[in-house]
Write a protein that binds this ligand. Sequence first.
Ligand code: PLP
Length: 408
Amino acid sequence: MAIKKNPPFPNNYAKEFLVLDHGKGSYLYDSDGRAYLDFAGGIAVNSLGYGNKSLEKSITEQVKKLIHVSNLFTTQPAVDLATMLTRSSPLEKDQPWEAGKDPGYFQAVHFGNSGTEANEGAIKYARLYASRKKNPNGHKILACTNGFHGRTLGALSATHTEKYRKPFEPLIPGIEFVPLNDAEGLKSILNRDFCGVIVEPVQGEGGLTCMTKAFAQELNRLCKELDIVLIADEVQTGLGRTGTLFASQSCGLEPDIITLSKPLAGGLPLSATLLPQKVNELVQIGDHGTTFGGGPVTCAAAITIWETLNSPGFLEVVREKSQLLEDGLADLIADSDKLGFMKGRGLLRGVEVRDPELLPNIINRAKELGLLVLRSGSNVIRLAPPLTIKDDELYDGLRILRTIMEEV
Ligand code: PLP
């Protein structure tokens, strides 16, 4: 393995890195030429795998034309992408986006550069919505225990994990937490002191727990009744990862705002905060902004991603592969007393490891055997392979996992 020890990165990162050099399809290669089957996908980013020709073409053609203009100007890729995203609706279950269709549920898109920034924007828009309404709600935000929304101070304040928060306190005030899927808790806590609720339909970092339909329904109802902005953080779950365009669709969540990032621009940094008319009509010039967000290169890449995901049959194939992975993991769990429940949905899947102390060994052993996997929470093996992964590659990965579970 090509390992680099102690590069001059801050101590918040590992002391040892696998040095990757290039990728092809579902495989990554280290600088010694060793292959790794990628079930990590750059943390659920590389949805089309590596070396996708259309993605390469859209990026290189745009790089040759124009790289940056700032948000004082715009470019055709930014306008086209925003138009595509505003024509999508999480409410239209399983309906792929179609060119030329009427504008959908969202009216505007604020482009940024990362997931945390998308959520930072969403929290600001929720606060702005409340403060500009004639009869404003309070400024509080509700989030879920075990949720993860990012590392900048606003998004971090809505992130539950103590370890990430503690060294940076005091964080922004007025953020409260409720356990995901605790509909009764939700009812007792939510009131007009809140301007927004931010939730993940599947908790990507916090253990891959899926939102139940009952919880989603209660959230929809209460947010409508109390005029609270409902934000779906689909930074990790969005754009086909769980088998539907948005994961909100599978649990029936009806968000006012959706945040997207990881896979949006095929590995280039881009985020989108999708806004409904009721929020956008209260926003004024200068309220929010960014220098790099929505640059022409990232937007050109994102158009290719969007068109690929929405091409006929693409998500259907993702669902077929998801089923295959689910079946394989179910067999694995049935054969190993070290594994617990299956978690996640679609191609964002996980398996609970009964003894959390085994998890680092499993991840390291997988790497040694040429398979890259992730962790989620303290005890879940997280798998987020490219959406384009082939069936036999899924079987190969499952076989490696089986070998490891027989060893540990
Ligand atoms: N929201 C969710 C659900 C995430 O999974 C992540 C990152 O893992 C973020 C927000 C933060 O994204 P970024 O690391 O791009 O800031």
